[in-house]
Write a protein that binds this ligand. Structure first.
Ligand code: OKP
Ligand code: ZN
Length: 344
């Protein structure tokens, strides 16, 4: 399987994140890429190529121009205000009853463009998030040009980023940008299947009133885990998009492969019925039984099975990496899905 990867993605390297009331080492670390690369190479999964560089044009199809400009300049503005600081984080948000106007000052602007504290901006963030989008768009282009399947080895991930909000380690929504690129280049319908443990609420929000994109997601019940405020079963789409959003929230601790597989069949059935031209998979490996921040019980052999199930759709498929934080097995779990897909 063709993989697209850029080393520049490692430049986003925050030291810490806020978790459980403390600052802890940043879980979404550049090392994730090394583990996946190593496993791809050890298992001879196929060619690994660098991405082409794209302009911000395809990003602007999904994200607001002021949000893109904010991300480009945020580090420099923060650095002028706090020269000693190594990462920019908001501390204050335009919550209920407050004005939704972008403040002039950087901290206020950071809060305006952030849903939470888990997407800090550092010196290398802009370069890395552009490279991550480049990986997704290059892999998308290869699939459009006839490659039956490609893997975008993206980092930072993207599925929590909406049109103008960063959240959950995500800045630009790689999967959404690639999906929109398929549509802009002639596709009529694209299905996104999000198998990350966390609900891809950014992707959902981006396509919520559209019927040319079906968004289907299997994830931890938002009543029990992040992103907490979106991802419920009754969110089925809006306007023309009604019926084109499928959420399958699953309970923590008791969800193993048998339960997961049943929900997966529902999602695959709906995708089959939708008859998409392309399938985009938001591939999170944090459903893994020993993931440090997640509570499903999916094993490495289950991931192989997941790959098989996805291949049964028989659609040109773009895999985009999202989460997965059990570092030592992240590579093997990723390879399991991709091998399961190819072996079908
Ligand atoms: C990003 B991706 C819950 C902490 C949640 C943020 C998780 C972001 C996940 N106790 N922290 O979907 O893997
Ligand atoms: Zn996740």
């Amino acid at each position: 399987m063709l993989t697209i990867y850029s080393e520049q993605q490692k430049l986003h390297n925050p030291a810490r994140e806020f978790l459980g009331g403390d600052l802890v080492p940043y879980l979404e670390s550049p090392k994730r890429l090394d583990y996946v690369l190593e496993a791809l190479q050890d298992n001879n999964l196929g060619r690994i190529e660098w991405p082409e560089s794209f302009s911000t044009g395809p990003i602007a199809r999904v994200h607001r121009p002021d949000y893109i400009e904010f991300l480009e300049t945020a580090w420099q503005r923060w650095h002028q205000t706090y020269p000693e600081s190594t990462q920019a984080s908001p501390y204050c948000f335009p919550h209920r009853g407050l004005r939704h106007v972008v403040p002039e000052q950087i901290e206020g602007a950071l809060g305006y463009y952030s849903m939470d504290l888990t997407a800090p901006v550092v010196e290398g963030t802009w370069t890395a998030i552009r490279a991550s989008v480049d990986c997704a768009l290059t892999a998308q282009k290869r699939v459009l040009d006839g490659e039956p399947v490609a893997f975008a080895l993206c980092r930072p991930p993207g599925h929590h980023a909406s049109g103008d909000l960063m959240a959950g380690y995500c800045f630009f929504n790689n999967a959404a940008i690639a999906t929109q690129a398929f549509l802009d280049q002639g596709a009529d319908k694209v299905a996104i299947l999000d198998v990350d443990y966390h609900h891809g609420h950014g992707t959902q929000a981006i396509f919520y009133s559209r019927n040319d994109v079906l968004f289907a997601s299997l994830h931890a019940d938002p009543r029990q885990d992040y992103p907490h405020y979106l991802g419920h079963e009754d969110e089925t789409g809006d306007g023309a998009g009604l019926g084109f959003n499928l959420n399958l929230p699953l309970p923590l601790h008791v969800t193993g492969w048998a339960e997961y597989r049943r929900a997966l069949e529902v999602a695959l059935g709906r995708i089959g019925e939708f008859e998409p031209d392309y399938l985009v998979v938001s591939l999170g490996l944090d459903t893994y039984e020993r993931d440090p921040i997640s509570f499903f019980n999916i094993t490495t052999p289950d991931f192989l099975e997941l790959g098989h199930c996805l291949a049964a759709l028989k659609k040109p498929t773009l895999f985009v990496l999202e989460g997965g934080y059990a570092l030592e097995v992240l590579g093997n779990n990723t390879v399991a899905v991709l091998e399961g897909f190819s072996a079908f």
